[in-house]
Design a protein around this ligand. Structure first.
Ligand code: HEM
Ligand code: HEM
Length: 538
């Protein structure tokens, strides 16, 4: 047995024991025993049946059971304000990196069909700009927005103020320094040379410190919580916050995993960043926001817990489906394919809950920006994951691997699923932090349509182009350059889609800044897609 496998087995064993202890604790404290009542824990008494979108003007959202200044609502407002500083620090950074990362994506995309574009600068070669895009959107946008959302929602879920906010603010500063240094390093051509792990390991230490500083207030707040039952969102968030540091630390250990075992650890990490980090944050956020905005609990609470535990069981082993056909043991690949298919269990349970809760209430998508972004994101989680389970099969992967099809799937997951849910969460959170409504309804609309049409063009063009490319690559008689030429129109279409998305991000960023400055007039009603006049006339 090589030292690498020994280390992996020991770590897997230890993590499994921790997971088992958590499962035993949850059974012992009857976390599974709660049914409908547990699903209602996110509603203070009297609030069920009334949407919280957004909560600033709470007086008309509640029935007679609960006066607007009730202790439960006051406690929620205290929880919201307690996390204001850290949440703003993480969200502002996230929006900044979203814009920066999108431009790197756009440059990479343009270079793929116009290689002479910015060809004279070694700083802007594809091999540098592409990883800068990936790292800026993953560790800048997705991770920082995700942490911001968790910092906002967990005190609400625990019904207590955030303890130790200063740690999380310092953590965001250190994380940002890490990002700046990491991107400069890649730009200079200094990289660890593995996808998703490009930042030099010395710089990775900053992410470990920044992340750990952010975990301190969350652990302290959890210890201080005023609720006995942990709502399913808390399970997803707390688990992601435990899993990610383990993954990041192990995968970045220098000089430990040489050769093919390095590739194995690389992809074990890369899909776990998706499955055990950003996915739980996305699903957990939707589990909170969909019922909250509709004012109705999720339809099956026990199913939601089954989804959580089956995700923990199956997702941790799927990474090796990235190495189908690679020089690693066949059993390892087969295990990951089996787990990839078994992932349909958590995916279907989540789908039943997210879409079943929406059933009969789809009309709300016409007015609520948060609900529209979050539900479309949840739908795309179902679609991208079922697509992923198919893509892991050897017979499909032999066509799609090494093609643009994979990149289409990647953006369906990271963008249409995760980023949409994060957009929706930002629309929900900011009015509560700033005590101000979003200034311009039309900007939310423009943002929505630009990014929706953009990702549609992106996904459709690369899916078709990538599939044709894969089929052609299997044809030994087809000259390689003919295949490259055949993909050009699809790559050009991707640049158009990506340009619309980037424009949408600029609109979002401008509106976000306007919100920080409390621009526009003070309003006491939520900023919805349709004006009150339009709603009244229907
Ligand atoms: C059941 C769930 C899923 C399964 C089984 C799955 C499976 C796969 C497979 C087989 C690949 C292609 C590997 C290759 O040929 O190289 C892939 C790539 C990818 N998937 Fe998924 N996927 C799932 C869900 C998701 C979700 C929810 C996201 C986003 C949050 C996501 C993001 C990605 C990304 C970013 C890549 C490209 C990675 C790279 O090459 O850098 N996937 N996935
Ligand atoms: C928040 C927004 C975005 C996220 C989260 C995101 C995420 C990702 C991910 C995970 C990958 C790796 C995919 C893989 O290796 O299979 C990737 C690659 C890429 N993305 Fe994005 N992306 C975003 C926006 C954009 C935009 C606006 C564009 C503009 C066209 C773009 C263009 C690209 C390109 C060209 C690649 C490299 C593909 C390749 O190597 O073949 N992305 N992005």
């Amino acid at each position: 047995m090589t030292p690498t496998i020994a280390v992996l087995l020991i770590v897997t064993f230890l993590v499994s024991v921790v997971g088992l202890l958590a499962l035993i604790w949850s059974i012992a404290t009857n976390q599974f025993g709660h049914g409908k009542e547990a699903a209602k824990t996110i509603f203070p008494p009297g609030e069920e049946g009334h949407g919280e979108d957004p909560a600033r003007d709470i007086s008309d959202t509640l029935d007679g059971n609960l006066p607007p200044n009730s202790e439960a609502i006051n406690a929620r407002q205290r929880a919201d304000f307690s996390s204001r500083g850290p949440v703003l620090a993480w969200l502002c950074s996230a929006v900044f990196w979203l814009v920066v990362g999108s431009f790197y994506g756009l440059i990479s995309s343009t270079k793929m069909h116009m290689p002479e574009f910015l060809a004279n600068s070694e700083w802007l070669t594809f091999g540098r700009v592409r990883p800068m895009h990936l790292n800026a959107v993953t560790y800048g946008w997705a991770s920082m927005a995700g942490i911001g959302v968790a910092l906002f929602l967990l005190p609400r879920l625990f019904r207590t103020a955030l303890v130790g906010a200063r740690f999380a603010i310092t953590g965001s500063v250190i994380w940002n320094v890490g990002l700046v240094l990491g991107l400069i390093a890649i730009n200079l051509g200094l990289s660890d040379g593995e996808e998703w792990l490009e930042f030099p390991w010395q710089i990775d230490i900053l992410f470990v410190i920044g992340g750990a500083l952010c975990a301190v207030p969350l652990v302290l707040t959890a210890a201080n919580r005023k609720v006995e039952h942990l709502y399913v969102t808390s399970w997803y968030f707390m688990a992601a916050l435990v899993w990610f540091p383990f993954l990041f630390l192990i995968a970045n250990l220098p000089f430990t995993f040489p050769g093919a075992s390095g590739a194995t650890v690389n992809w074990w990490f890369a899909h776990n960043v998706l499955g055990l980090w950003v996915t739980p944050i996305g699903i957990g956020t939707a589990y909170y926001l969909i019922p909250k905005i509709l004012g109705r609990p999720i339809i099956s609470y026990q199913l939601s817990l089954l989804g959580f535990w089956s995700l923990a069981l199956f997702y941790s082993q799927v990474g090796i489906h990235h190495l189908v056909g690679g020089p690693i043991p066949t059993w390892l690949v087969t295990l990951s394919i089996v787990h990839s298919v078994m992932m349909s269990i958590p995916v279907i349970t989540v789908a039943i809950n997210h879409h079943g809760t929406m059933w009969g209430h789809f009309g709300r998508l016409k007015d609520s920006p948060t609900l529209r972004f979050v539900w479309i994101g949840a739908l795309m989680y179902t679609v991208s994951s079922l697509q992923g389970s198919m893509e892991a099969l050897r017979s499909v992967n032999v066509i799609t691997h090494f093609t643009h099809y994979t990149v289409a799937h990647a953006h369906l997951g990271m963008y249409a699923f995760l980023s949409f849910i994060l957009f929706g969460a930002v629309y929900f959170i900011m009015p509560r932090l700033m005590d101000w409504e979003w200034p311009w309804r039309r900007m939310i609309s423009v943002h929505f349509w630009l990014v929706s049409v953009g990702i549609l063009i992106y996904f459709v063009s690369l899916t078709i182009g990538g599939w044709k490319e894969g089929v052609a690559l299997l044809d030994a008689d087809m000259p390689f350059m003919d295949i490259v030429r055949m993909t050009l129109p699809y790559l050009e279409a991707r640049t158009i889609g990506g340009a619309l998305m980037t424009l949408g991000h600029l609109v979002f960023a401008v509106h976000f800044i306007a919100m920080l400055r409390r621009s526009g007039e003070r309003r006491y009603q939520p900023t919805l897609f349709r004006s009150a006049k339009q709603e009244a006339s229907q």
